[in-house]
Design a protein around this ligand. Structure first.
Ligand SMILES: Nc1nc2c(ncn2[C@@H]2O[C@H](COP(=O)(O)OP(=O)(O)O)[C@@H](O)[C@H]2O)c(=O)[nH]1
Ligand SMILES: [Mg+2]
Length: 301
């Protein structure tokens, strides 16, 4: 903590002067000590970046699509947050997605960061709000968040993103994933990726039929490998940002994001309190282990 305090000025100056090493350190601080990160972030001016959440089942091509989107960014500064599945045993993150995007990792305009979703019950990493604020303080034009694509993380991304892209692909149990509870509601844009697969046309008509009558959600077809359709998608994202900025939707989204950030801070604090709580010198972890042991004994497991 005191170490961090010593580095405070350096941190703030570094972020203000677009120093990538300071950005990297700040993102690590978000993960390790989000409370301190919040205090520091409060002292920085923030740019309003377009925060785009990209969700969809594993394998639909989210990471490949992000790479293709970065290719079409035309000099814009983009921060990418990849929420990795992490093992509850090791706490480690799979860096496959980062490797996939490696060609962009050396580009001065982009910054790609993996976040473990440890402890968030399959949801987004609890530090994601701070990470997003960090990218905005750094002055990124866009922040792209790729979710794990399983469980709660898919829906949770709408708590933080200004625009949610739901990615579908024809080779991925199409209707089943479309029907997933909540996914249809959070989509601001649909992308049918892998348009090189002829079945994408069937998926397109099914999706059109499913969304008919509800709010108008545009559908884009892409081939993330060849970049076909990606430029159109990037243009659509830009015009949507302009639209939500001018019609008040963005302010609403930002109010919602702030509320969710506060909720996540409270949850984190309660968690910390529970961890430090003891009855007669017995910690919650010891109590839990004891109960599990007792239950296993009773059930002869
Ligand atoms: N044919 C085809 N393959 C694709 C396309 N987009 C992604 N892929 C492949 O699909 C696989 C999964 O892609 P990935 O980006 O890792 O998916 P993610 O799990 O959603 O991030 C990889 O082997 C990609 O090369 C596409 O448009 N067409
Ligand atoms: Mg991926």
């Amino acid at each position: 903590m005191s170490n961090t305090r010593m580095r405070e000025d350096e941190f703030l100056e570094g972020i203000k002067s677009h120093d990538r090493r300071s950005l990297a350190k700040m993102l690590s601080l978000c993960e390790k000590d989000p409370e301190t990160a919040n205090v520091l972030l409060d002292k920085l001016e923030k740019k309003t970046s377009h925060v785009v959440g990209i969700t969809g089942s594993p394998g639909v091509g989210k990471s490949t699509l992000i790479s293709a989107i970065l290719d079409k960014m035309n000099g814009k500064n983009v921060g990418v947050i990849v929420v990795d599945p992490s093992s509850p045993f090791t706490g480690g993150a799979l860096l496959g997605d980062r490797v996939r995007m490696q060609s962009h990792a050396t580009n001065e305009k982009f910054f790609i960061r993996s976040f473990a979703n440890r402890g968030a019950l399959g949801g987004l990493s609890p530090s994601i709000y701070e990470a997003c604020d960090t990218f905005e303080s750094f002055g990124m034009d866009n922040v792209i968040i790729e979710t794990v694509g399983v469980g709660q993380s898919e829906i949770d991304v709408s708590n933080i993103a200004d625009t949610v892209i739901v990615v579908l692909s024809p080779d991925n149990g199409d209707e089943i994933q479309m029907m997933k509870a909540g996914l249809m509601e959070i989509a601001d844009l649909f992308v049918i990726n892998k348009s090189d697969n002829p079945r994408s046309q069937i998926l397109l008509s099914r999706l059109r039929a499913m969304t008919a009558g509800s709010k108008e959600v545009p559908i884009y077809l892409t081939n993330a490998v060849t970049s076909e359709g990606v430029e159109r998608l990037v243009r659509a994202l830009d015009s949507r940002f302009f639209q939500i900025l001018s019609d008040g939707t963005l302010s609403q989204k930002r109010r919602k994001r702030l509320l969710n950030h506060v909720k996540s801070m409270i949850r984190r604090e309660l968690d910390r309190l529970v961890q430090s709580f003891e009855i007669d010198g017995i910690s919650p972890k010891e109590m839990r282990d004891h109960i599990i042991e007792e239950l296993c004994r009773k059930k002869r497991l």
